[in-house]
Design a protein around this ligand. Structure first.
Ligand code: PGA
Length: 245
């Protein structure tokens, strides 16, 4: 059965300009009615350039905005191209995605991820912490080992985990149209929750209006991190509606 309180996090990645914000109207209109008797929580994570204008556009909608990554430092500094957690917060972000596999692939280590999580929380942001095994890990049957190591290193010395949400995203399912088998995904969600009972666990990787019918049946899942399909308001709304149907 679908949990009452579900997260729907839109990860726009490096897509979207100012005109893409027009599509939000459909979502805010839908959400106004929908949220009355449900606990769906929508969070948009657009590219940094759109955080402020999106925040303004979503005013009074109860939809939150987040960043897709951040620099680990809390102080300002000579780090060309980077944005720190305080800067995200100052333009309206409430959340930040950390540890996405697309960033891990370009050299982000577990240690760096840990520091980013710590400092984001210090800045008052909530963290969407991404973990996931590669196809090679899956074939080698070391998924659980990889996930528990990512969780342990990422959350090292963090006592208060109330502002952390885990997004389990198998690397091989991101943008590929592939999703894990239901029994495997159920087992993985259970496994992650066993490591820390209080953590919310979302699934991400090729979520779309079709496969949501299967994904929503996963026991104890707390929501979804949605990439490609979240850029299309109709698909995004469909995913939310179908989750509760
Ligand atoms: P996808 O991306 O839904 O396009 O597979 C998910 C993500 O990378 O967060």
């Amino acid at each position: 059965m679908t949990n009452k309180y579900m997260y729907f996090i839109a990860n726009w990645k490096m897509f979207g300009g100012l005109n893409s914000l027009n599509s939000l109207r459909k979502v805010t209109k839908f959400y106004k009615k929908f949220q009355k008797n449900r606990y769906a929580k929508i969070i948009y994570c657009p590219p940094s350039t759109l955080i402020r204008p999106m925040f303004k556009k979503l005013a009074n909608s109860r939809i939150d905005v987040g960043g897709q990554n951040c620099h680990q430092n809390l102080s300002y500094g000579a780090f060309t191209g980077s944005v720190n957690p305080l800067m995200l917060k100052s333009v309206g972000a409430k959340y930040v995605i950390i540890g996405h596999s697309e960033n891990r692939m370009s050299g982000e280590t577990d240690k760096l991820i840990n520091l980013k999580i710590k400092n984001s929380i210090k800045s008052g942001l909530k963290v969407i912490f991404c973990i996931g095994e590669t196809y090679k890990d899956k074939k080698k049957k070391i998924t659980k080992k990889v996930l528990s190591s990512q969780i342990k290193s990422g959350l090292k010395n963090i006592k208060n985990k109330k502002d952390i949400i885990i997004a389990y995203e198998p690397v091989w399912s991101i943008g590929t149209g592939l999703i894990p088998k239901t029994n495997e995904l159920s087992e993985t969600v259970k496994f992650i929750k066993r490591i820390n009972k209080k953590l919310k666990v979302l699934y991400g990787g090729s979520v779309n209006p079709k496969n949501i019918e299967i994904l929503k049946s996963i026991n104890n899942i707390d929501g979804f991190l949605i990439g490609g399909a979240s850029q299309d308001s109709k698909k995004f709304i469909d995913i939310i509606k179908k989750t509760y149907n």
